[in-house]
Design a protein around this ligand. Structure first.
Ligand code: FUB
Length: 449
């Protein structure tokens, strides 16, 4: 009995410390912590994301007002909707050569070779070992860890933002940034350079470049990178016929942040026949852009192999199951007037957002809700309203068929209010929630039962 009890406690502790916490289905898709610089990889049919982990610097912890990172988490998903946080995999205190007062574990990458997973990360070296940022490697048997850091960083590499690419012939390449973008071949062991570092030729001469991410499609090598052309970073790309370059500048993948987040950082993957761009923005910290959050949106190619510009969305990607909470504040479209979003709790932004409808007939649209073939009888709406009012729920478009009306009573409390639904068609639909006449209603989520 005692043994059984201890086993249960151990199991519980294992679950807690594995960090198996579900995150979010929309953008940003990690909302239990700040995250940045997302390198996405597909391993064994699952998407793994290796981001930086921003924390807030304070006296005695990093440099106040600047980037501050002490460890890395890994996240994964089989559907880009349900994300699992696998917890901390590498931390500055557990790597011999890293200065554990530097909080400088910037953008990482991970790649698989012969069944082993190689996690590359930049960090500042301990005094006496060298100056500035070096690039270390930690190795695991599984993408989610556990990772064992190598005792020394890679020799002859000084810089940040490591990126790995293995070509069809098995040759591995390491890219990194240090004002310019550099490349070198790696030896079979993935731990040592097999060629001298060289500057990647053909990228913009003027303006900071960092965050290289190289991928190949149809024999074209796409070198993607954040670049400061004007005021802040935008995502650009250049193409070539060799992983070492030279490359030819082609265009912009994502414009500068409209709200001034200074950095952006990308990775691009193909998953289940669709291409995706992973990037970041400072959604959870609008006033301080060194505490960022990772996002994902679909990416499309033109027939000539060029990349169409990606417009950042709150909705993100993939279908949302009608049974689950539909975070309607991560909308696809809103009416020109009377619809806006705000944090539920401005002192704890990790609580997420709400949408406010406050002028006659204002509406919010959330695309791609999957009703399948199931029968739904009711809709639940988590709402709060000072004035009270009625919500109309429609399908497909702002003047589409009405499937429910939900009466929200006045009062300061948040309540989950239920109403009957009718004329609900099976399949995938856009969902529209609108204010019937006037009022002021705040909404957190809706779901069907
Ligand atoms: O996250 C710190 C730095 O900001 C990264 O290394 C850069 O790519 C930029 O995103």
């Amino acid at each position: 009995m005692k043994a059984c009890k201890s086993y249960l406690i151990l199991l519980l502790l294992a679950l807690i410390f594995s960090g198996a916490v579900n995150t979010f289905a929309q953008n940003p898709f990690i909302i239990n912590q700040f995250s940045a610089d997302p390198t996405a990889r597909v391993f064994n049919g699952r998407v793994y994301v290796f981001p930086s982990h921003d924390i807030l610097a304070k006296p005695g912890r990093g440099r106040v007002g600047w980037f501050c990172m002490e460890d890395y988490h890994v996240f994964s998903s089989s559907n880009l909707t349900d994300w699992t946080d696998h917890g901390i995999v590498v931390s500055q205190n557990k790597v011999n050569w890293v200065d554990s007062t530097s909080y400088s574990m910037w953008a990482p990458d991970c790649i698989e070779k012969n069944g082993k997973f190689y996690f590359y990360f930049p960090a500042s070296m301990k005094a006496g070992l060298g100056r500035g940022s070096a690039i270390g490697v930690a190795i695991a048997d599984n993408p989610a860890g556990s990772y064992t850091p190598q005792a020394e960083p890679i020799k002859n590499v000084h810089g940040i933002d490591p990126n790995l690419f293995i070509d069809k012939d098995g040759q591995a390449y390491l890219y990194w940034a240090m004002g310019k973008i550099y490349v070198a071949k790696l030896k079979e062991n993935m731990l040592e350079l097999a060629s001298d570092p060289q500057v990647v030729e053909g990228l913009p001469e003027v303006g900071l470049k960092e965050g290289p991410f190289l991928f190949e499609q149809n024999g074209i090598y796409y070198m993607t990178y954040p670049h400061v052309q004007n005021k802040t970073e935008r995502l650009e790309y250049a193409t070539g016929d060799n992983p070492m370059g030279p490359f030819k500048i082609i265009g912009v993948i994502m414009d500068e942040s409209p709200t001034g987040c200074w950095t952006n950082h990308q990775s691009i993957i193909k998953f289940k026949d669709q291409w995706y761009l992973f990037y970041h923005h400072n959604d959870l910290s609008p006033k301080f852009d060194k505490n960022r959050s990772v996002r994902v949106d679909s990416l499309f190619f033109n027939t000539d192999g060029t990349i169409r510009k990606v417009i950042p969305t709150l909705r993100g990607v993939a279908l949302t199951d009608a049974f689950k909470k539909i975070e309607i504040d991560r909308y696809s479209r809103i009416s020109d007037k009377g619809a806006s979003i705000a944090f539920i709790d401005t002192l704890n932004t990790f609580e997420g957002w709400k949408i406010i409808l406050d002028s006659p007939n204002a509406w919010v649209q959330y695309n791609a809700v999957d009703f399948g073939n199931r029968k739904f009888n009711t809709i639940q709406v988590k709402a709060s309203s000072k004035t009270g009012g009625i919500l109309k729920i429609r399908l497909d478009k702002p003047d589409g068929p009405v499937i429910a009306e939900v009466k929200i009573s006045g009062g300061a409390e948040w309540n989950a209010v239920e109403a009957r639904v009718s004329k609900l068609k099976p399949g995938i639909h856009n969902l529209i929630v609108s204010l019937k006449k006037s009022g002021n209603i705040e909404l957190d989520w809706v779901r069907f039962e």
